[in-house]
Design a protein around this ligand. Sequence first.
Ligand SMILES: Nc1nc2c(ncn2[C@@H]2O[C@H](COP(=O)(O)OP(=O)(O)OP(=O)(O)O)[C@@H](O)[C@H]2O)c(=O)[nH]1
Ligand SMILES: [Mg+2]
Length: 604
Amino acid sequence: MRDIRNIAVIAHVDHGKTTLVDELLKQSGTFDDRVETQERMMDNNAIEKERGITILSKNTAIDYEGVRINIIDTPGHADFGGEVERVLKMVDSVLLLVDAQEGVMPQTKFVVKKALELGHRPIVVVNKIDKPAAQPDRVVDEVFDLFDQMGATEEQLEFPVVYAAARDGYAKENLEDENKDLKPLFKMILEEVPSPKGSDDNGLQIQVFTLDYDNFIGKIGIARIFNGTIAYGDNIMLVKADGEQSRGRVSKLIGFKGLDRMEIKEAGHGDIVAIAGFETIDVGDSLCDPANPMPLDPMHIEEPTLEVTFAVNDSPLAGTEGKHVTSNKIDERLKAEMNTNIAMSYDPIGEAAFKVKGRGELQITILAENMRREGFEFSISRPEVIIRVVDGVKMEPFEHLVCDLPDEFSGSVIEALGKRKAVMSNMVPMGDGYTRVEFEIPARGLIGYRNEFLTATKGEGVMNHSFLEFRPYSGTVTSRMNGALISMEDGEAVAYSIFNLQDRGSMFIKPQDKVYNGMVIGEHARANDLDVNPVKAKQQSNVRSSGADEAIKLVPPRDLSLELALEWIEDDELVEVTPINIRVRKRELNPSLRRRIEKQKKGL
Ligand SMILES: Nc1nc2c(ncn2[C@@H]2O[C@H](COP(=O)(O)OP(=O)(O)OP(=O)(O)O)[C@@H](O)[C@H]2O)c(=O)[nH]1
Ligand SMILES: [Mg+2]
């Protein structure tokens, strides 16, 4: 059997995981010289490319000095933490990347906790040492302290370290060493990562950690072989998480190399392969020997923390821009999503609406964004945190929040977060006029905060958060301070009226945009909602106006991305999503009904 190493690359978002995998691929000689390589090759889906982030974990394999190294690149964004968790069970060690300037960040803590719990002894890669403000020694100390806090064993505390600039393709054992190539890292992987346990001679044990779908061959499970061997055409047993068993035949066995997949005849213990032939295959399922099935522990996946309602679009413009608009279509699409995305779930509520649960706003936005590109039209409600009752106590998710911001803004940010029930846990100067402030905050308090934070720090602040734990419910949290500007007419927006309204607040629309009664067209500068008329044209007058009067200067509208819109809305509002537009509307379009509902609310 061949010599194998299985590793996952884990880190906080943007610390350089995918870039490092690129370089490992290139420098292993996996590619033919003729193959043109591009940046962040593993981020191969459209949204990943556009946003420059990894959403789905993906595996690749390289051969280095006769050893097969299977590498799984994982997403760093907290919303996709569920992906990382299960990938960690498939590998024998991890490369833990830490940015040499930013140091330990919330998601670093999350992934370290999970990796240490599973007994991995990480190789720490202090990355981006080329940055002028890099402080690699400080970062190694931070990582050590983190491991210590997380209850690392003696052995885990003696983690190997390399200093790297993934983008520039080098890694070295000592900071004084020459910047050359990734050989020192390859060497460390071969030496420090344990070879897979188990044996080809034991009974078959395979576990699925990711799903894939192919129009021709159907559902595919990407899985690790823990024991035994598997060959094309084998009859084996699929055991589901709940113990249900079924038999099937391996209709395709696929191996990985670089960016390619190829059909293979057989594979042995320790390897990672893709398997087709099992229509009901799911993440966490085991494949075993039918004569003596010994399924592996199904995976525990942390539960979703956030939910929103996806509903059929019922705005006056419904059906004018999308291809798929019915409840059935939306249902089908959500079902398909949940088939491959185990960190999310959904349930129908009533006739034309679905509760979609996930790990965070970005995860939900990406699903909505994908649907929109496929031609779907629907509405989404304000994200709500999932409350649990444990032993009669109402519990809600808390997040660990880290803000890096110019010193002068720290006061106002701390104050604003205080109103959102955040408790400051740490504050340290970062040099160069920057401060790092850390908080523990109910997830509810974070909804809609990002935009406010960017404004408060003039776009110079960076905030990051990740799930901490469920804690007792912390009472009312303040949310949006501003009211909405609401259209009271149907029609097309007119430059003249927008011009007259723009002193009232900031607009979401531009001339010629379609509007309707009850649609939110901007943010009011004050706290109350205001009904306005954006379709009123200028009265024609007999007096000839001067040229200056004609030249209307419009402030560019605020660009409402799906994310911003979702962050912005309140409970009585919805985001209308179509392939062409993102609109915000009042749930209740009729102004008199809306007022009545408001009065009732206040009366309570
Ligand atoms: N200065 C510097 N920049 C780097 C280095 N490595 C990566 N980057 C940059 O950091 C950014 C993020 O890199 P990615 O490889 O996408 O990071 P990632 O960890 O995969 O990010 P996610 O998958 O979204 O969590 C890119 O702009 C890279 O060019 C490095 O060694 N030095
Ligand atoms: Mg990445």
